[in-house]
Design a protein around this ligand. Sequence first.
Ligand code: UTP
Length: 410
Amino acid sequence: MGITYSQAKEKLEAFGQEHILCYYEELKEEEKQALLAQIEGTDFSVTAFCANKEELVKKGRISPLKAMELPEIEENRETFCKLGEEALLAGKVGAVLLAGGMGTRLGSDDPKGMYDIGLTKEVYIFERLISNLLEVVRKVDTWIHFFVMTSEKNHDATVNFLKEHDFFGYRSDYVHFFSQEMAPAADYSGKVYMESKYRFSTSPNGNGGWYISMKNKGMSDIVRQAGIEWLNVFAVDNVLQRIADPVFVGAVLDKNCDVGAKVVRKNAPDEKVGVICLEDGRPSIVEYYELTEELMSAKDEKGDPAYNFGVILNYLFRVSALDEILEKKLPLHVVEKKIPYMDAEGNFQKPEEPNGYKFENLVLDMIHQLENCLPFEVIREKEFAPIKNKTGIDSVESARKLLLENGVEL
Ligand code: UTP
């Protein structure tokens, strides 16, 4: 049995969200049940943080963290590669694709991975990523468990698309889907938007919940049974990245770190990427908008910028370290976004401009919870082609150019 109307009302009142029940009396029985179930399964406490959202993500004392740079990687390439390949062959590494985001900036209603970036033929984002992973599968001659995080909003479309395309050549019994949790979405005063009379607006709760969602959805059993000790988490939008890259895996193993982060040398001091650093002596990432003038112009002993390496959302986490931090709470990010909603006249609206807040946890905040991190430099022209927008910076256009430069046929 789910919660009753009065229990739902009480829960909502605690967070000033009683308006969610304002159409209740006109609903059909199954709609009433659907709304009550949605209320029961939702944590509304996040909406209380709209007023003091800046307070939530206050940083500690920032200092530089050295990255392993290209010359050092080149010098040790063979050793790292061998170590990494051994770990892959022993089945110790899994790959986790974070594909639960809404990709609103790209403006397609389909999951971002279904976007066709081809010019003379169809080339889907999912296809590119799987093809990159398949290169390692073939080289090492072993299959790698491939977990795909979706959200309630794009789960079915993602699963159907990949099935229809035969997983672009990936072995289907090595592909595992799981859906992340949702969070309510609110207007600027913190009132949750309605999507219809019996459903309030929600959005995926950010990419930081990926490991908890893996646990909740039974993926950890697969991880345990397969003997996976490392999980390489990566974003859906970087079509050039190397996944389960043996050299990266080997370097993290060699340095015995709890996490490795692929980083690129920034192309400008104010480039919009999160920068790897230490915060109160622990590894951390400062977002570009948190980077003060002082940090931007700080130099290291060689005269290079002290905060010169940006993360590209490709991390290798030690599973046992993830288990240890599972209970810790990640900071909440209150993010301004465009939220589809039902207006007072009952019409569904898809706003062109941001109209409220979503509530997210971010994977980058997990880095700060771990004892040590290896920032591992990769060549940006070879491994960083993010697709956030249709045109301009970090777009379909810029990614196509980089893919072509790297010899990928489009
Ligand atoms: P972004 O920060 O680019 O967010 O996600 P987004 O929602 O996809 O795109 P916009 O901002 O609406 O345009 C970075 C990575 O994290 C994943 C995305 O799918 C992408 O791979 N992500 C993001 C999730 O898996 N879940 C989320 O809740 C948010």
